[in-house]
Design a protein around this ligand. Structure first.
Ligand SMILES: NC(=O)c1ccc[n+]([C@@H]2O[C@H](COP(=O)([O-])OP(=O)(O)OC[C@H]3O[C@@H](n4cnc5c(N)ncnc54)[C@H](O)[C@@H]3O)[C@@H](O)[C@H]2O)c1
Length: 337
C-alpha cells in the first residue's frame, strides 16, 4: 500500500514509517517540520534502507495536499500532524484548535476530493480527563481538561460526522497512552525541537548532563508516591498498532475508537527509578508543583484492541528505557550528529 503519513518526520510518525517500510508498504511523508527536521526523514531512509517521498507542507493547505494526492497512488492516510503540548495548549489554545482541528478538517476534505476513504487518526488518552475509575476503556465518557485534549476530542467527532456523511469512509482513532522509547537501531528516536515537555526526552537530557535536574511536576496527587501515573507504551508497539489498524480498515466503514496502551501504570518517580536502574545513570530531580491541565493518573484498558485485532504491547519499561537511552547516547544533539 501507499500510505500518506502526515507528521511523518515527528516522533511517533517516523517510527510508524519505519515499521511500515519494513513490512513492504510505501510511505509519503507530509510534514511542515514545525516540530521536526528533514534530517528525521534521512534517518528513516537510513534505518529502513528504502527511499521515502517527503513533502514540506502544512496540512491546513488544501492545495498543497491536492498536489501530493495527485502525485502518488495513496490509498490510506495516517494523520499524526498536530501540536501536542498540554501546557502550551493552555497558553495558546487557538493555535491548537487551528492546527489540530482545522488541519484535520482540511485533510479529510482533501482525501474525499481525491477518493481516499481510509484514515487512521492519532488520538490521545488525554481526552478521558480525570473523572473515571481506571483502567480507562473506550466507552468511558470523555472529560478533557485542557485545550489539547479538547482539540483531539473534536477531531474524533469530526471524523465520526464525516463517516456519517460519506458512508464509504473508514476511520480508526487510536487513543495512545504515553509513547516512549526508540527504534532498536538507536538511529531513530524522539528529537524534540524548542521547548519540550515529554518526560522521557527530558529524563535522557538530564542523564546526559545536558540539563541539571528533572522537574517532577506534582507530588501531591492521590497516587502511592504522589507523582502522576501514566501508561508508558513503547513507540515500536505503537507503530505496530498502526500497521495492524491499516490491515483492519476495510473490515467495515465508519468510525472506530481503540486504546493503545499496556494496561500498566508507572509513576513519574517510578520511571526515574526504572531508568536509573536499567541504564546505570543517575538522574537528579527536583520536586515541583502540578502543571495546569495535567491529571493524576491515566492507565489504559487495552482489552478491546487485543480482542478485536490481537494487538498487545510486547515491550516492557526496561526496554523502553534502554532504547530511549541508546538513541540519546548515539545522537546527543539529535539527527545533526
Ligand atoms: N507523544 C505523545 O505522548 C502522544 C500521546 C498521545 C497522542 N499523541 C499524538 O500523536 C501525534 C504524533 O505525536 P508525536 O509525539 O510524534 O509529535 P511530534 O511533534 O513529534 O510529531 C508531529 C509532527 O507533525 C508536524 N506538524 C505539526 N503541525 C503540522 C502541520 N500544520 N502540518 C504538517 N505537519 C505538522 C510536526 O512538524 C511533527 O513532525 C500527534 O497528533 C499527537 O497529538 C502523542
Amino acid at each position: 500500500m501507499t500510505i500518506m503519513v502526515t507528521g511523518g518526520a515527528g516522533y511517533i510518525g517516523s517510527h510508524t514509517c519505519a515499521d511500515l517500510l519494513a513490512h513492504g508498504h510505501d510511505v509519503v511523508v507530509v510534514d511542515d517540520f514545525s516540530n521536526s527536521t528533514p534530517e528525521a526523514v534521512d534517518a528513516l531512509r537510513l534505518v529502513s534502507g528504502r527511499d521515502v517521498a517527503s513533502y514540506r507542507a502544512d496540512v491546513r493547505d488544501g492545495a498543497a495536499l491536492g498536489e501530493i494526492f495527485a502525485a502518488h497512488p495513496i490509498d490510506t492516510v495516517i494523520h499524526f500532524a498536530a501540536k501536542k503540548s498540554v501546557p502550551e495548549s493552555v497558553q495558546v489554545p487557538l493555535d491548537y484548535y487551528d492546527v489540530n482541528v482545522a488541519g484535520t478538517a482540511s485533510l479529510v476534505r482533501s482525501m474525499t476530493e481525491h477518493g481516499v476513504r481510509r484514515i487512521v487518526f492519532s488520538s490521545s488518552c488525554s481526552i478521558y480527563g480525570d473523572a473515571h475509575p481506571e483502567p480507562l476503556n473506550e466507552d468511558d465518557p470523555p472529560g478533557p481538561t485542557n485545550p489539547y485534549a479538547r482539540s483531539k476530542l473534536i477531531c474524533e467527532q469530526l471524523l465520526a460526522d464525516a463517516c456519517v456523511a460519506s458512508t464509504d469512509l473508514s476511520a480508526i482513532a487510536l487513543r495512545y497512552f504515553n509513547p516512549v522509547g526508540a527504534h532498536p537501531s538507536g538511529d531513530l528516536g524522539e528529537v524534540p525541537t524548542g521547548h519540550f515537555d515529554n518526560l522521557m526526552p527530558r529524563l535522557c537530557a538530564v542523564a546526559a548532563g545536558q540539563a541539571d535536574k528533572l522537574q517532577v511536576f506534582g507530588t501531591d496527587y492521590p497516587t502511592p508516591d504522589g507523582s502522576a501515573i501514566r501508561d508508558y507504551v513503547h513507540v515500536m508497539d505503537v507503530a505496530e498498532a498502526h500497521r495492524v489498524a491499516i490491515d483492519h480498515l476495510d473490515d467495515r466503514a465508519g468510525m472506530r475508537l481503540l486504546n493503545v496502551g499496556t494496561g500498566t501504570g508507572v509513576s513519574v518517580l517510578g520511571l526515574i527509578d526504572a531508568f536509573t536502574r536499567t541504564c546505570g545513570v543517575p538522574v537528579p530531580y527536583a520536586l515541583a508543583g502540578r502543571r495546569p491541565g495535567d491529571v493524576a493518573s491515566l492507565t489504559a484498558d487495552p482489552s478491546r484492541i487485543a480482542a478485536q485485532w490481537g494487538w498487545r504491547a510486547s515491550r516492557d519499561v526496561t526496554q523502553m528505557c534502554q532504547d530511549a537511552w541508546r538513541f540519546a547516547v548515539r545522537h546527543p544533539v539529535g539527527y545533526q550528529a
